[in-house]
Design a protein around this ligand. Sequence first.
Ligand SMILES: NC(=O)c1ccc[n+]([C@@H]2O[C@H](COP(=O)([O-])OP(=O)(O)OC[C@H]3O[C@@H](n4cnc5c(N)ncnc54)[C@H](OP(=O)(O)O)[C@@H]3O)[C@@H](O)[C@H]2O)c1
Length: 344
Amino acid sequence: MDKRFNLCLIGFGNASRAFCKILLDHHESVKKITGHDVRVTAIAARSKGSLIDKDGINLENVLSRIEKHQKIHETESTDLDTLSLIEQSGADVMIEMSSLSIKDGQPAISHIEKAFDLGMHVVTANKGPIAWKYKALKKIADDKNLQFLYETTVMDGTPVFNLVRFTLPGCRVKSFKGILNSTTNFVIEEMEKGNDYESAIKQAQLEGFAEADPTLDIDGWDAAAKTTALANVLLGGDLTPLDIDRTGIGHITATDVNNALKDNKKIKLICEGGFKNGQVVGKVSPQLVEQSTLFATIDATSSLVSITTDLMGEVIIIEKNPEIQQTGYGIYSDLLTLLNGLHN
Ligand SMILES: NC(=O)c1ccc[n+]([C@@H]2O[C@H](COP(=O)([O-])OP(=O)(O)OC[C@H]3O[C@@H](n4cnc5c(N)ncnc54)[C@H](OP(=O)(O)O)[C@@H]3O)[C@@H](O)[C@H]2O)c1
């Protein structure tokens, strides 16, 4: 007999819907592989309503309703605030996919604390909690013997944390270096083609990867949050984005970009983490990279992380032009990791 496994979804935007589509398509194979009948029993959004159905929500209906009417519910909205919905969901795992608040990680941190309080496992696609409170949240999870997974928070479904966790056993990470912000990467590339900063930002917004307010990307905050997440998880740090030595690309001019090209170089916003005097440190800054290096080949929405370890030297992983499905897959892969872990 398959065991029921209930999910509570916080947020029903692009990431959450991409995850639900994968879940719908793979429900039967998940059952076969893990022996669990996975059902979504609660969904919360901010303005688009919320829904609880302990028998399992019909995802197909909800996905079509949100597309047509921008509402999760028809008549059966719970009208609950998010913390109460988590409490009443009776779920086995809470999946945190609400909007990112890069300056403090809230309210996602409270959602996760509530779920742990109730004895639920947690998967988060939202990097706020990993950047602002990873160590404390991980301790709560460990103390309660609950799983806490966050693969999607850096490079979507591309295995970065799982690469180290599952495929580099016994290796100690000494440092990392990466290109992790699409908007800044795209803007510099457009400047290399002779386009100005403003039109590059507009184009990035049209293509859907720059926010309406792009300053969080341009000033390096998004890159700093990802750097913090990597430093906290891979290096065992207890940093927040405020601890990152952060410089954005706002001061970079067309002349800087052209001078770099003349020198066979490119300017890239680089995220770095390592140890200094035994302390974990992180830095985000625009740097010149040689055109012959892999770093120079990372275009627009692609990203790269190079991880330097004690026993395996340097390992590099690249995500090439991701779409929203890669985000959905990251969350789905965490769900499978979680379910497989329940057998151990
Ligand atoms: N999109 C990506 O490619 C990607 C990749 C990696 C990680 N992520 C992370 O995944 C998360 C979701 O991203 P997204 O692209 O799906 O964003 P999105 O499309 O803007 O959706 C965010 C969802 O969160 C809901 N929400 C906001 N505050 C809430 C609250 N307090 N309680 C319950 N729901 C709340 C929103 O509700 P309303 O619609 O009603 O406002 C919306 O449904 C973010 O943290 C993001 O950083 C996204």
